[in-house]
Ligand binder design. Structure first.
Ligand SMILES: Cc1cc2nc3c(=O)[nH]c(=O)nc-3n(C[C@H](O)[C@H](O)[C@H](O)COP(=O)(O)OP(=O)(O)OC[C@H]3O[C@@H](n4cnc5c(N)ncnc54)[C@H](O)[C@@H]3O)c2cc1C
Length: 279
C-alpha cells in the first residue's frame, strides 16, 4: 500500500490537440516526495473520494501518469495526459475543471542510465512524451540523445527544450490508430555503442517486441536498457486471457516476478513464460 495525497486541479492547458496538461496542487503534497527519476510516475485516483486501501492497483478507479514537473514551493505536480479517446483517464483530463478533487500516490521511477555514460536513445509513443520531455529538460549539457517518438498527429510534436545535444525523429503511427512502427524503425537505427543507455516506453505488446529486439539483435546487457509497457492496445482481451489462467499459472507468474531482482532480469524469464501462456 502506497500513501495517498489528496489534491485539487488548479489549472489545465491544451498543449497540443491530443495532449492536455493538468496541474494538481494541495497542502498534502508537502509530504509527497519526488524520486528524482525523470520518468517517475504516480497512480492518479480519479474519483474525488478518499481512496480505499489497495486503490493504486485498481484499474476501475486509478491510472498511471508521469510527473512531468514537480514544484515543491507551491506544492504542485503537472501531468500531461494523452486524450486518446474513451477511457477514465483520458475523459477525466479532457473534462477536468479547476477545483476538481483527486488523489495521487507515492512516486516510482525506472530511468537509470549508468554513471559515466552520456549517450542515450529514447523511444516512445505519445504516452512516453511527458517522460521524454522531462528527461531532456533535466539532462546535463554533456549528454547526447537520439529520440524516436510516435505520435497521433504531427501537431502533437511539442517543443522539447534541453541543455543537452538532442536529435529527435517524429513520426505518425501507432497510438491505437494503427500498428506501432517503433520496432520497425529501431531496425534501421545504428546499433547503440558502448555504454549508451536505451529507454523505451510505449504500448505493452510493442514494448515486449522492443525488448526482444534489443536483447537478441543489439545484445545489450540488461543494465543498459529499460523498457516499460505503458498501456494495452487490446486491454479487454488481455484481461480476459489473464482471468482465464489457472491459479497455478498465475502463481508461477507471481513467483517469476522477484522484487529483489532488477525488473529487466525478471523479464528475461517472464517473456518466454508469457509466450508459453499465449499472452
Ligand atoms: C509508468 C507509466 C507512466 C505513464 N505516463 C503517462 C503519461 O504521462 N501520460 C499519458 O497520457 N499516459 C501515461 N501512461 C499511460 C496511461 O496510464 C494509459 O494509457 C491508461 O490506460 C490511460 O487510461 P484511460 O482511462 O484513458 O484508458 P483505459 O480505460 O485504460 O483504456 C480504455 C481503452 O483505451 C485504450 N487506450 C488506453 N490508453 C491508450 C492510449 N494512450 N492510446 C490509445 N488507446 C489507449 C485501451 O486499449 C482501452 O481499449 C503511463 C503508464 C505507465 C505505466
Amino acid at each position: 500500500m502506497t500513501d495517498s495525497y489528496l489534491v485539487n486541479v488548479t489549472a489545465t492547458e491544451q498543449l497540443s490537440p491530443n495532449l492536455r496538461r493538468v496541474t494538481l496542487a494541495g497542502e498534502a503534497l508537502r509530504a509527497w516526495e519526488s524520486t528524482s527519476k525523470p520518468d517517475e510516475f504516480v497512480h492518479v485516483h480519479i474519483p474525488g473520494e478518499d481512496p480505499a486501501e489497495g486503490w493504486e492497483d485498481d484499474h476501475d478507479i486509478a491510472r498511471h501518469y508521469t510527473i512531468r514537473r514537480w514544484n515543491p514551493e507551491v506544492p504542485s505536480v503537472e501531468i500531461d495526459v494523452v486524450t486518446h479517446g474513451h477511457g477514465l483517464g483520458a475523459s477525466w483530463a479532457r473534462d477536468a475543471q479547476v477545483g476538481d478533487v483527486c488523489a495521487i500516490s507515492t512516486a516510482h521511477g525506472y530511468y537509470g542510465a549508468p554513471e559515466g555514460s552520456t549517450r542515450r536513445l529514447l523511444i516512445a509513443d505519445a504516452t512516453g512524451l511527458p517522460a521524454i520531455a522531462r528527461i531532456l529538460e533535466e539532462a546535463a549539457p554533456e549528454e547526447t540523445f537520439d529520440v524516436l517518438i510516435e505520435l497521433i498527429s504531427m501537431d502533437d510534436a511539442i517543443a522539447l527544450p534541453s541543455p543537452a545535444t538532442v536529435n529527435v525523429e517524429w513520426r505518425v503511427s501507432g497510438n491505437g490508430r494503427g500498428p506501432s512502427a517503433l520496432v520497425s524503425c529501431m531496425r534501421s537505427l545504428p546499433v547503440p555503442e558502448g555504454d549508451a543507455y536505451v529507454w523505451v516506453a510505449c504500448e505493452s505488446a510493442e514494448s515486449r517486441r522492443a525488448r526482444t529486439f534489443i536483447r537478441q539483435e543489439w545484445t545489450r546487457h540488461h543494465t543498459l536498457y529499460r523498457i516499460v509497457g505503458y498501456w494495452h492496445v487490446d486491454q479487454e482481451e488481455q484481461l480476459r486471457k489473464w482471468n482465464a489462467l489457472t491459479p497455478e499459472q498465475q502463481a508461477k507468474y507471481a513467483a517469476i516476478w522477484d522484487e529483489s531482482r532488477p525488473d529487466e532480469v525478471n523479464w528475461l524469464e517472464l517473456e518466454p513464460y508469457l509466450q508459453e501462456l499465449g499472452l
